[in-house]
Design a protein around this ligand. Sequence first.
Ligand SMILES: [Zn+2]
Ligand SMILES: [Zn+2]
Length: 326
Amino acid sequence: MLQDPADAIVRLTTSTICGTDLHILKGDVPSVAEGRILGHEGVGVITDVGPGVSAFHPGDRVLISCITSCGRCDFCRKQMYSHCRQGGWILGNTIDGTQAEYVRIPHADTSLYAIPADGDEEALVMLSDILPTGFECGVINGQVHPGDTVAIVGAGPIGLAALMTAQFYSPASIIVIDIDDKRLDVAKAFGATTLINSTDGGAAQRVMDVTAGQGVDVAIEAVGVPATFDICQAILAPGGRLANVGVHGAPVALHLEKLWDRNITITTRLVDTTTTPMLLKVVSSGRLQPRTLVTHRFALDDIMQAYDTFEHAAREGALKVVLRNG
Ligand SMILES: [Zn+2]
Ligand SMILES: [Zn+2]
């Protein structure tokens, strides 16, 4: 139901489950109240708009951004939509989200994107969160340049999104590190040049070996635990950039005694979705094929089974699990 003149109601046709949803179920995200409908990714059709919405109309097919932005506050005027004073990440967090038949989208004019009628929904739904997140928090903040050596720690959907979009900039090599060989195989198919299984704890040394002791120009942390952050800080070449993407629930030890003189940069970011219009064009043109991230599909009614599959991703070989509705 509409609550504000700037709202739109969207009937979901495709949504998906994010790693963040699992963090919520574990109790890692205290802002989420009991009984909240989860989900911050989705594609659907508008069924109703408030009188303040001018860019969209009932019947329009839209992509829902994981970030809601008013477009007017001080943070939005700096393109830092993730910290919008009336929005940011609220869907499936402080208001009901997209793992439902219908969702209310506040600030619809600046939080939805029109999509082509013949667009591939499974590809497009990867633009709600994972592609802009991997690209902005990993690739842009890591300042990937042509010829760079890039390491991506974590080959889940976000790490793979960073892997795909890093290639916009033609890095010389992309080393992907994970504990799951199946995910490393997928990374290979997406363009990784070196694969390292980190189960034995020797990943940092192997990166130094394959870079002739140099280390990497860019290390992208796409897991969110101390062990993976440690790999990143151990493999930076002088002038290297460590771009953190992972959601961390525990402190990490920052080794300034080794890093203080190495001209490095460490960045953190919550996705601002400033690149969504650009990524939408690249996906629509077929230059990026994020649909291949979808490994499982369930009807919305079978959501419990979908969560079970996603939660046991290694056992099931799951990357993105799509929920279909109607
Ligand atoms: Zn997410
Ligand atoms: Zn705002």
